[in-house]
Design a protein around this ligand. Structure first.
Ligand code: NAD
Length: 287
């Protein structure tokens, strides 16, 4: 068997096209969607992520502001900037690129972002709302995975899903979104005793581990859908996911590649959340 591949680039391009139309409609009503991005320190990977997010904004007609600070900046300065951005009516989304230097209290910084502008969905109130099945900004990576399920017309209600990874950014919100969609979800992590026991009986596996080619073919049920969230840099500089793509493709029914899978969807969902935030502002202002 050879799995069907979900093309994240193509799906993300379609979503971005739809968002550009919505952004243009908003601008015509006098509200140009705007995302503010805070980058602290000089982590090269973070700089690339921020650059990619801002380029995607520009292409979709979303204004973006980059606020850059040296790694030794006093956290008070960043908190003051967040308060300013919260109060600025022309800014609809605020994102603080993680990780922050260890001197920062990451939780406190994320909670200093206005819930209405928290387009990354990491504020405790948005996390709580998501866990209660209420309307909330969903974290972009798991939200993007849900869009992939929708595009592939995968039935989630009643499906056995294993999520590998329990981070606040991917694993936990992924599990929450899947539970809300009616799936039976098992979260596995570094302390799980027999991972393959769980993955082998799953209709869907989402791998968010951060270890190259960690999920091997013998761990996958024939015909299962396998979503690879991992982004790992190999010694030769190439990117690879958490899934042994070549071998797992022979067993799975559906699979996502790396690169060109979940990554582009993550950025598309950031744009979507920013446009939604701007649409809310326009609606509330009667524009
Ligand atoms: P993390 O390091 O916070 O979490 C990794 C998780 O893997 C942990 O919960 C840990 O318990 C689990 N784990 C580690 N070893 C394990 C093992 N042997 N068996 C089972 N579970 C194990 O990472 P994260 O932020 O959740 O990111 C995970 C991966 O996804 C990384 O490669 C990251 O670069 C990538 N990522 C991709 C996107 C994207 O847009 N595609 C977005 C965010 C993260």
């Amino acid at each position: 068997m050879s799995a069907s591949v979900i093309d994240g680039n193509a799906l993300a391009a379609r979503v971005r096209g739809e968002l550009a139309v919505r952004a243009t409609a908003l601008a015509a009503r006098g509200v140009q969607p705007c995302l503010a991005v805070i980058l602290v320190g000089n982590d090269p990977a973070s700089a690339v992520y921020v650059r990619n997010k801002m380029a995607a904004c520009e292409k979709a007609g979303i204004r973006s502001l980059k606020l850059e600070y040296p790694g030794d900046i006093d956290p008070v300065v960043v908190m003051a900037k967040l308060a300013e951005l919260n109060a600025d009516a022309s800014v609809h989304g605020i994102l603080v690129q993680l990780p922050l230097p260890s001197r920062f209290d990451e939780g406190a910084v994320l909670e200093a972002i206005s819930v209405a502008k928290d387009v990354d969905g990491f504020h405790a109130e948005n996390v709580g709302r998501l866990s209660q099945g209420q309307d909330a900004f969903s974290p972009c990576t798991p939200h993007g995975v849900m869009k992939m399920f929708e595009a592939a017309q995968l039935r989630l209600a009643g499906a056995e899903v294993v999520v590998i990874g329990r981070s606040n950014i991917v694993g936990k919100p992924m599990a929450m979104l899947l539970i809300n969609a009616g799936a039976t979800v098992t979260i596995c992590h570094s302390r799980t005793r027999d991972l393959a026991f769980h993955t082998r009986r799953a209709d869907i596996v989402v791998a968010a581990v951060g270890k190259p080619r960690f999920l091997t073919a013998d761990m996958v049920k024939p015909g299962a859908a396998v979503i690879d969230v991992g982004i790992n840099r190999l010694p030769d500089g190439k990117l690879c996911g958490d899934v042994d793509f070549a071998a797992v493709s022979e067993v799975a029914g559906l699979i996502t590649p790396v690169p060109g899978g979940v990554g582009p969807m993550t950025i598309a969902m950031l744009l979507e959340n920013t446009v939604i935030a701007a649409e809310r502002v326009a609606r509330e202002a009667g524009q």
